[in-house]
Design a protein around this ligand. Structure first.
Ligand SMILES: [Zn+2]
Length: 296
């Protein structure tokens, strides 16, 4: 039987993660720019996972979208210093920021009365949040036990995260690195990962690209992927305007990971939406106005 108490507590306090306390270094409240960069990092890792799965022809059972979410999250939780960002944003804080973005998307969908896309190849936004929290909790249960409600996970899920889900995902990532990494003595056909920033069309896009370039997230991922994987072809991470689509994707034909400027702007909006949703003093109408103010 499910213990619903924890579950309802989570729904009633959807953003309690910002109030968590740990003995060593409490995750802090990120600035809007840090939140955007952290989400861009996790999303680029998710798209890189698609690229690696297809380029290396990695065979697995289950949803590729869930696998890409797991690969991106484990990549951050492995403790690679490349993924600690300027300003002291840790890889764990990036995981929490990306999971929080999925949770806010779910909250906004519910407010707007949007029907959930049960048919979609991606898990629901709220499931992606819980899946990421599961991997985080399972990575260090002793540490995260101190957080209220096991990171918002019901007891039954949290238990399996420690003994099964997190350990299995980590083992899978280590095996991929072993099996598909550069062989001893180097690999003559080692593919490169290039980065390309396409033209910006608005002052907002210009400012966003400046922040992303300064953080160097694409360059960090490119360097890491080149060192850890023997890619059969060059691939390119492209930042571009996408005709209004707030998305990122892997293009097998052109071997490009595309991050749309519109999605980066969406992350900034989600940060503001989070502030609106967390303000318990607002009436429903005030909340609507708050959310609308940051729409673009
Ligand atoms: Zn995907």
């Amino acid at each position: 039987m499910i213990r619903w108490v924890g579950f309802f507590t989570t729904l009633l306090c959807p953003f309690s993660l910002s109030g968590i306390e740990l003995h060593d270094k409490p995750p802090r409240e990120l600035s809007s720019e840090e939140f955007m960069v952290a989400n861009a990092l996790w999303t680029l890792l998710h798209e890189t996972a698609h690229a690696v799965i297809e380029e290396m022809d990695i065979v697995f059972l289950g949803s590729e979208e869930d696998a890409a979410d797991q690969l991106a999250t484990i990549a951050l939780l492995r403790g690679d210093p490349d993924f600690d960002l300027p300003g002291g944003v840790t890889a764990v804080e990036s995981v929490i920021a990306a999971a929080t973005a999925w949770r806010i998307e779910w909250e906004l969908e519910k407010r707007e009365g949007t029907e959930a896309s049960y048919w979609d190849s991606h898990s629901l936004s709220i499931q992606r949040f819980y899946n990421m929290m599961c991997l985080l909790y399972g990575s260090d249960p002793e540490k995260y036990d101190e957080m209220e409600g096991h990171l918002g996970l019901p007891y039954e899920r949290a238990y399996g995260c420690v003994d099964y889900e997190s350990a299995r995902a980590r083992r899978a990532v280590e095996r991929i690195i072993q099996a598909y990494g550069p062989q001893h003595g180097g690999d003559a056909n080692q593919g490169k990962v290039l980065v390309n920033y396409e033209k910006t069309f608005t002052s907002e896009q210009h400012a966003i690209v400046a922040v992303i370039r300064k953080a160097g997230i694409a360059e960090r991922i490119a360097g890491r992927a080149e060192r850890m994987l023997a890619l059969p072809n060059d691939i390119t991470i492209v930042f571009a305007q996408c005709a209004g689509d707030e998305t990122a994707f892997w293009r097998q034909d052109s071997k490009e990971i595309v991050m749309c400027y519109e999605l980066l702007a969406r992350f900034l909006y989600l940060y503001q939406a989070k502030q609106c949703l967390e303000n318990s003093n607002m009436t429903d109408k005030d909340l609507d106005l708050c959310l609308a103010r940051w729409q673009y």
